[in-house]
Write a protein that binds this ligand. Sequence first.
Ligand SMILES: Cc1ncc(COP(=O)(O)O)c(C=O)c1O
Length: 421
Amino acid sequence: MIDLPARDARVVWHPYTQHGVEGPPLPVVRGHGAWLELADGTRILDAISSWWATLHGHSEPALVEAMHAQARQLDHVLFAGATHEPAVRLAESLLAVAPEGLSRVFFSDDGSTAVEAALKMVLQSWVHHGEPQRRVFVALTGAYHGDTFGAMAAGDPEPFFGAFAPLLFEVRRVPADANELARAFDELGERAAGFLLEPLLQGAAGMRVMGERFVQAARTLCTERGVPLVADEVMTGFGRTGELFACLRAGITPDVLCLAKGLTGGVLPLAATVVTEELFACFLHHERSRFFPHGHTFTANPIACAVANASLELCRRRDVPARLDAIGRVIREELRPLEHDPRVRDVRQLGGMAAFDLVVADADRGYLSALTPDLRRRAIAAGVLLRPLGNVVYALPPACTTDDEARRIGTVMRELVAGMD
Ligand SMILES: Cc1ncc(COP(=O)(O)O)c(C=O)c1O
């Protein structure tokens, strides 16, 4: 196990990783609760829920048991022309807790495909409605919605997707400001297809928090203009903002809700694009060709669905949104001394997310900042897994994190600032 990084370096290509610059990856041999254990026995606190996915904790027994039980019963079956109990139960359970007014669940594999399916559904529905010119989505500056082609187009091309820019479809980009959104709709007129946003909290953009008022205004504007509101809750879903869904916190129902990451408690890949009956009905027709031509091999995989059912049950039983909110508050409290520190800006918390920006030169801002690898290395050396987004230092730990562990996370975040001198 000790030579894992060397073997890895010979044969593996890692995601979002510059192999020419970055050091060897962490050799992780075990995950338990909020902790990851490395090959040499070192233990580190997973303060970012392993890419915002791990919801209850690593190797949560209830989820492991659900996985085993389902694998013994039915491991996989195609989902076109066949169905199974775990998927139907999951759809029923999701609709019972989702914002009222959503009524159909389309399963896919991960956050990018949840968004990809949402965009395709909306665009195809406009064709069915006889308005094929409605092809331009409005989306937020800095948005990240995944890295398949549609999701890349919906996301801000900076800092990742410049190489593909000529191939991406047109998207009108606005800041989180109701007047700007209204102006975008005015300018697009009958070309507007819909509005896509990460409600309340833009993750990869730098843990940007927006007001509930903007989300509510966006809902009103979309209704007035007759275009769908697509909420990407791939990151915010399942309690991260202190409510089960950010849309619930803002008191709105989107026309389309995209879920992934925490859907299975962050254990297996599974996503859901949840829509209104109106959108579903728009695909019902006597001609087969009007169906929705989308679906991957492992759509609604029974094991993933069984784990998701167990995870939803834990969310309810343990009140995960409230626990995440409490953890976020403990970290925020630990960050209080930074409030008047000139090296820091915008200490903030929303639910289980706590963050601040380091005051740095322009060149050191953004995801690709040279600052990031060093901050990451120092945090890991202090026993906490953090992945700052450029100059944005944040934590988003799993719900099993104890108050002591949360304080430890906050302390290490604070120490990163002290180390800047
Ligand atoms: C808001 C949001 N949407 C979509 C995605 C893409 O999800 P995935 O990486 O599972 O494809 C992410 C990933 O971080 C995300 O944060």
